[in-house]
Write a protein that binds this ligand. Structure first.
Ligand code: FAD
Length: 522
């Protein structure tokens, strides 16, 4: 997928200015970067000015503030990135390089203190729509070839034009392909189709040696599995071939409320064990969370009834399911749903149904993002804690964390997710780490805080981790970043040796994604 573009006039002005100022010493060339870098073709697309480097050391979490990168590359082609990586690899003292997608990490994972950040989205400005190509093949399977810099929302829009869509999503679609495939990419479809990393056929990866390698389950499979869930450690995802299926047009979206956790989780586990639903998640409604948050979209007329239920119980559990349908199934979908939900034990009268388009459903978090942005509540610190909890201990987790630790702090405007997924939908050969049980729960404690009051929430997160440790609940953290090698080794457990060997093979000079702090300390 050779992509390149001429750069815009304003960009040229910035570059010329920054070049000029760097040569007259106002913005000196950073000491940590070799001078020879200035004579490469990519020099005009490298920025060393504070505006660029400050931007590249921000992320969605707003919790960590490591030193800025020395420079930011705005690539206009894949060759630009390859030439940067090769240049670093060939030095006796290589500098670190981090691909940055949307920078929606929580703790500096896409940063490169004193190194170079590659703004992957810059490729999109250059691809003029060629960053996503759809191939329709009903016999061997349709797919989209998408650049690592592409957003999932754009993949959705591009594939829908062909009546197709990916099957596995994240709750929020303004994330890049490279960013989510480096983690796992989970949502309510995971129980059925596995995470996004289970739905990739092939990738082009630029390794830490600067080699562009095409890989799949059958070809260069070690690299393929290393990169999926690989936290950016083994290569930069340049292109991913994503599995597509015929896209449904609409969804029936149902929310049911429970006042008892074991009934709630029993119903969740029952529903993921049978065929028929297309999506299943769950969330907590708590005294300090409004029924109207980005997860639960009840009609305003229902708020008083739901709020009084929450006041009475302290916590209410909301089970959320979806069934897709289209013209062919529109007359049978309600009946099928009734059959699927028969025998569930939600609170009588507390079931809410909506009928929306597929796009409105998949893109639901974006509407809330716009809301929060308008109120200045999006660009705030996010001390999130994401965990995978073994199914056998989820009830202990409920008592110790949801019922005991979480309610202690009143300040949060968070969303709390809890839903089960099935281990055998994950491929153990990938780098992703999950609990060793057939069913485990994904728990997302998605706090937002004010600019200055995130520390109590961080302390609460620590208390939760200590609780799990003491209670012997063998959680695995998701989207987390440890700061010591020992913690990373514990995290990977039996997979650590493979992870380390793959690093030695594909990024032996420890160049890539230093912000994860696995092989580099910051
Ligand atoms: P970045 O933050 O830019 O990068 C993340 C890591 O990937 C970094 O280490 C970076 O170096 C590396 N990287 C980036 N691009 C590439 C590339 N092309 N090749 C190799 N490595 C690369 N996650 C879920 O699984 N499910 C959800 O429902 C979900 N919802 C979210 C909702 C919101 C509002 C937010 C902020 C995050 C959510 N996430 C979710 C987490 C999200 O998937 C990760 O934080 C993801 O990494 C963000 O993508 P990004 O493009 O911003 O990546």
């Amino acid at each position: 997928m050779a992509r390149s573009c001429p750069i815009s006039t304003s960009f040229i002005i910035i570059i010329v200015l920054s070049h000029f100022t760097s040569s007259i010493g106002l913005r000196p060339w950073p000491d940590v970067l070799p001078n020879e870098l200035q004579s490469l073709d990519i020099a005009s697309r490298l920025r060393v000015d504070p505006d660029a480097t400050r931007m590249a050391s921000r992320d969605f979490g707003k919790l960590v503030h490591p030193p800025n990168p020395a420079a930011v590359l705005y690539p206009s082609s894949i060759e630009d990135i390859a030439s940067l990586v090769k240049f670093s690899y060939n030095r006796s003292f290589p500098f670190s390089i981090a691909a940055r997608g949307q920078g929606h990490s929580l703790r500096g994972q896409a940063m490169a203190p004193h190194g170079v950040v590659v703004e992957m989205r810059s490729l999109n400005n250059c691809s003029r729509g060629s960053g996503i190509r759809v191939t329709k093949n009903p016999i061997s399977g349709s797919y989209a070839d998408a650049g690592g810099e592409q957003l999932w929302i754009d993949v959705l829009q591009a594939t829908l034009k062909h009546g197709l869509a990916p099957v596995s999503w994240t709750d929020y679609l303004y994330l890049t392909i490279g960013g989510t495939l480096s983690n796992a990419g989970i949502s309510g479809q995971t129980f059925r189709h596995g995470p996004q990393i289970s739905n990739v056929y092939e990738m082009d990866v630029l390794t830490g040696k600067g080699e562009l390698v095409t890989c799949s389950k059958d070809t260069n499979s070690e690299l393929f599995f290393a990169v999926l869930g690989g936290l950016g450690q083994f290569g930069i995802i340049i292109r991913a071939r994503i599995a597509l299926k015929p896209a449904p047009k609409r969804v029936k979206w149902i929310q049911m409320l429970y006042d008892d956790f074991s009934t709630f989780s029993r119903d969740q586990e029952h529903l993921i064990s049978i065929n028929g639903l297309d999506y299943l998640e769950g969330s907590l409604l708590m005294q300090n969370s409004s029924p109207n948050n980005w997860r639960s979209s009840f009609s305003p007329s229902e708020y008083p009834r739901i709020s009084s239920l929450i006041s009475k119980n302290g916590i209410i559990y909301c089970l959320e399911v979806v069934k897709y349908y289209d013209e062919l199934t529109s007359h049978t979908v309600d009946e099928e749903l009734q059959e699927l939900l028969k025998g569930l034990n939600f609170l009588p009268g507390f079931v809410f149904t909506k009928d929306v388009s597929l796009v409105d459903f998949l893109n639901r978090v974006h509407s809330e993002e716009l809301n929060l942005q308008a109120k200045g509540l999006w660009d705030v610190p996010h001390p999130w804690l994401n965990l995978f909890v073994p199914g056998s201990r989820i009830s202990d987790f409920n008592s110790g964390v949801f019922r005991d630790i979480l309610p202690k702090i009143n300040q949060t405007t968070g969303t709390f997710l809890v839903y089960p997924v099935i281990r055998n939908k994950w491929d153990d050969r990938t780098s992703a780490v999950i609990p060793d049980e057939d069913i485990f729960y994904t728990v997302g404690l998605l706090h937002s805080s004010g600019a200055d009051d995130w520390e109590p929430l961080e302390n609460q997160n620590k208390e939760i981790l200590q609780f799990c440790d003491k209670a012997g609940i063998k959680i695995k953290r998701y989207l987390s970043r440890y700061t010591t090698k020992e913690d990373w080794m514990n995290h990977f457990g039996p997979k650590w040796r493979t992870f380390e060997d793959r690093k030695a093979q594909f990024d032996p000079k420890l160049i890539l994604s230093p912000g994860q702090q696995i092989f580099n300390s910051i």
